[in-house]
Design a protein around this ligand. Structure first.
Ligand code: NAD
Length: 365
């Protein structure tokens, strides 16, 4: 991204008002960067997450009450885009931007902390940040209910074929008679949860409400939770794959979980299984999933995430049969965005003022 320089002043709509800001336009994004005029001695903060910026709420007031110079960009930014911006910021308030070793290196010595808006840290080189003594702050426990609700949205969308039927109706076709889709209930079916962490647990609680049987695997299995909520413990991922009608992925992405659902693992699953992925696209080998959808081995894939975001128009899963993909909106609700944004801001504010109420992922604070 190349910043072309100051182009114009203007007003950005914000909660029915306008904030006078100065725009800087960049080549690769249609949205302008906006720089708040403020005390030059104040902290300089890069804000990239779009849901934070686009959602009204108390976090906007908290952000505006800080004596910060705020540079806004429309993330998630690639490494190239981050490298063009890096170097002049005290704090990043970031989403899923590529904060690589090169980006961190270029951001030093000024960068004091990375305040991640959200939970997954897979786009941040946390090890390198730790090596350079940069705290990586994050916001666990803010969006688990929202993502769990989204998971069931995808599941019901698939089992009742809601997407294609609703689209047909919207296009003026009231699908009639024998052509009406016949769905399946989820009551009585077995859901296999891979990753019984915060989101996985919320999925289990909702699965109980739907009358589903629940099995799960997690290397750090919470036996007390499982007992309370009737979750059967599996000793391996394979045990879940063999025993589930619906498989829902809720583990984080790392070198061990990348492509954990591949052709070999899909072959172990039940015929017609439904796979849900509200975690990270890279957990699934997308070519293998596209093949399995085509052959009918997998009866439905519901995902909020893809291995490339945004995907190329010819991505194998776009338009694949029995496949519902949403554009990484699983945590985007008014309730969750405010929780995430306020926690992300409190982390940054408290860190800068030396307050210990900070959630730090890499043990520096
Ligand atoms: N779609 C979205 O908008 C959205 C929003 C929030 C989080 N997420 C994704 O969801 C993931 C989970 O979030 P969370 O808050 O539940 O995190 P969490 O850390 O509470 O839970 C993750 C769980 O996965 C388990 N795990 C690790 N490796 C595993 C493996 N090989 N097999 C099975 N389980 C394994 C961990 O032990 C942990 O209990 C995040 O890492 C993020 O990638 C997506």
């Amino acid at each position: 991204m190349q910043i072309l320089g100051k182009v114009e002043s203007g007003a950005i709509p914000h909660r029915g008002e306008s904030l006078n800001q100065t725009f800087f336009f960049c080549h690769s994004r249609t949205q302008p960067l906006a720089i708040c005029p403020t005390n030059l001695m104040s902290k300089r903060v890069l804000l990239t997450t779009t849901s934070f910026q686009d959602t009204p709420g108390t976090h906007q007031d908290l952000l505006n009450s800080q004596n910060w110079e705020i540079v806004r960009a429309r993330g998630p930014l690639s490494e190239t885009e981050m490298l063009e911006l890096a170097g002049e910021f005290d704090i990043f308030l970031c989403g899923d931007d590529a904060i690589t070793q090169a980006v961190i290196d270029k951001s030093l010595p000024r960068l004091q902390a990375i305040s991640k808006y959200g939970i997954g840290l897979d786009k941040i080189n946390v090890d390198f940040a730790t090596e350079k003594n940069i705290p990586v702050l994050f916001t666990p426990g803010v969006n688990h209910t929202t993502v769990a609700e989204h998971t069931f949205g995808l599941l019901l969308g698939i089992t009742k074929d809601i997407q294609s039927n609703a689209l047909a109706v919207q296009n003026g076709e009231w699908v009639a008679g024998w052509r009406k889709p016949i769905g399946n209930e989820i009551m009585g079916k077995t859901i296999g949860i891979l990753g019984l962490g915060r989101i996985g647990k919320e999925v289990a609680i909702r699965a109980n409400a739907f009358g589903m049987k629940i099995i799960a695997f997690d290397p750090y299995f919470d036996d007390a939770f499982a007992e309370e909520h009737g979750v059967k413990k599996c000793c391996s991922m394979d045990e879940v794959l063999l025993g589930a009608d619906v498989i829902s992925l809720h583990c984080f992405l790392n070198h061990e979980t990348e492509n954990m659902i591949n052709a070999e693992k899909i072959a172990e699953m039940r015929n017609g299984v439904i796979v849900l992925n509200c975690a990270r696209g890279e957990l699934v080998d997308t070519n293998a999933m596209a093949e399995a959808l085509k052959s009918g081995k997998v009866g439905g894939y519901g995902a909020d995430v893809l291995d490339a975001e945004p995907p190329a128009p010819n991505h194998v899963l776009i338009g694949a049969p029995k496949c519902i993909i949403t554009s990484h909106i699983g945590s985007r609700t008014h309730e969750s965005v405010q929780r995430q944004a306020n926690r992300c801001l409190h982390n940054a504010i408290n860190f800068l003022s030396g307050d210990a109420d900070v959630l730090c992922a890499n043990g520096i604070l």
